[in-house]
Ligand binder design. Structure first.
Ligand SMILES: Cc1cc2nc3c(=O)[nH]c(=O)nc-3n(C[C@H](O)[C@H](O)[C@H](O)COP(=O)(O)OP(=O)(O)OC[C@H]3O[C@@H](n4cnc5c(N)ncnc54)[C@H](O)[C@@H]3O)c2cc1C
Length: 401
């Protein structure tokens, strides 16, 4: 067997290999190179099994359970958070929130909170990670990680994770984190529960309970990863609570040697374009006005936008409002849109289906404006006004702020 078999699911039985090279031809990913025996690149191999089928001498075999058990060995330790930074190098809000939850989990498991920061060694981010509770900060720096390329970041993360074997890895379900976490989980052959709304530890088994809405929000599913490590979960921004930062806290910094790190090579960054669509500002706004299908007219949405400007509020919308062309898709709030936690959410013409309210669960106060008194939005609203938007808006706009 070659060197990959201990940590990789595709085995090469050298004593059976006749050196025909049919596996090389069969591989659609260019993952096999013929030396004396086939050499598998674990980063390129997708475990599709084409080479196994093509091999006339049964010299290749997929051995998933054995590999996964080995990765899952009993030595996994540490609640890790995959840190994400903003363009200015500061820590993203979701990273702080995940560190807050990691501290709660770590206390239950008597383990440490650790953070993995890829590509950046920004002092601000490192001291911030420590201040928010990371006891150990793993830095994975390399020239090819200066810009975010998902494939390269995933490989770097996997290299460090294989070395340190964390028990749990939490990732922000941001546009970056979603793709990255999926790649990391696939490379490590472990499970990943995306978009968790709650995390806990099972008192009996010590397993991470990964809780999220399922079947269109009709039930809450609790998912566990009993046989693989790390147990991976992604969490949307705004769902968990960050703990207070303590600048006096100092974390241990561990720089990982990635000198022999090989980047994917398939993807080259040609240009970076600044995203100005405004979706980010939604997450940072203290007041958000949600537009629903009940608003009906574009002109009414424009008037709501004028009112929002006066209030210093951002405007978002329901999926039905997006589908009706009233609101841009990147401003959709809910299960398949953004999760927000403003101080005040004003829902206008929104019925309040679970798929929408899943995105505003963290809002401190909710005001609902809807002529239908039986609309479910009133069940979650702190204040309700059962009038049509056409009647409410002129009165709201007349109020001096
Ligand atoms: C898998 C899945 C994922 C989904 N993800 C999301 C998601 O991320 N976000 C999301 O929002 N939805 C999502 N949905 C859709 C969701 O189920 C609802 O269909 C949607 O939220 C309804 O939007 P709405 O409240 O604007 O429209 P409606 O349900 O049509 O409600 C319109 C409301 O406007 C009121 N109204 C009528 N006239 C007026 C008036 N003149 N003034 C004021 N109010 C008025 C009505 O009384 C009604 O309550 C998802 C659905 C599925 C199945």
């Amino acid at each position: 067997m070659n060197e990959h078999t201990a940590s990789f699911a595709l085995q090469v039985r050298e004593d059976q290999c006749i050196g025909c090279g049919m596996c090389v031809d069969a591989c659609a990913y260019g993952a096999i190179r013929m030396a004396e025996y086939p050499e598998i690149d674990p980063y390129k191999c997708r475990l599709c099994g084409s080479c196994v089928q093509a091999c006339p001498s049964e010299a290749l075999a997929l051995n998933e359970p054995e590999t996964q058990t080995q990765i899952s060995g009993g030595t996994s330790k540490g609640i890790w958070v995959l840190a994400e930074t903003e363009a200015d190098g500061t820590l993203s809000a979701v990273t702080k929130e995940l560190l807050g939850k990691a501290a709660v989990l770590a206390e239950k498991l008597h383990q440490d909170v650790e953070a993995l920061l890829i590509g950046s060694e920004s002092d601000a981010a490192v001291s911030s990670l420590a201040a928010y509770g990371a006891q150990r900060i793993h830095l994975a720096g390399h020239s090819s990680l200066a810009s975010f390329i998902e494939e390269n970041y995933a490989r770097a993360a996997v290299q460090v994770i294989r070395e340190c074997r964390p028990d749990i890895l939490l990732v922000g379900a941001t546009p970056r984190g979603r793709g990255l976490s999926a790649r990391i989980a696939a490379l490590l052959q472990t499970g990943l529960t995306a978009d968790c709304t709650e995390l806990d530890i099972d008192a009996e088994t010590g397993l991470l309970q990964q809780i999220r809405p399922a079947f269109g929000g009709n039930l809450m599913a609790t998912i566990a990863t009993p046989a693989h490590r790390p147990q991976m979960a992604s969490v949307r921004p705004g769902v968990m609570k960050a703990r207070e930062a303590d600048p006096a806290l100092k974390g241990e910094c561990i720089r990982h040697d990635l000198s022999d790190f090989k980047c994917d090579g398939h993807i080259r960054l040609l240009d970076e374009v600044l995203e100005t669509a405004g979706g980010d500002s939604l997450g940072n706004s203290r007041i958000v006005i949600g537009v629903g299908r009940g608003v009906k007219k574009k002109e009414t949405v424009e008037r709501i936008c004028q009112w929002a400007k006066r209030l210093g509020a951002a405007v978002a919308g329901s999926r039905a409002a997006v589908e009706a062309g009233l609101i841009d898709a990147h401003l959709q709030v809910g299960q398949t849109g953004q999760t927000i936690a403003p101080d005040l959410y004003i829902a206008i013409g929104i019925s309040g289906q679970i798929q929408h309210t899943a995105g505003i669960a963290g809002a401190k106060r909710i005001i609902a404006i809807n002529p239908d008194k039986t609309a479910p939005i009133f069940n979650v609203a702190d204040y309700g006004w059962a009038v049509p938007v056409e009647e409410a808006l002129p009165q709201l706009m007349a109020v001096q702020v």
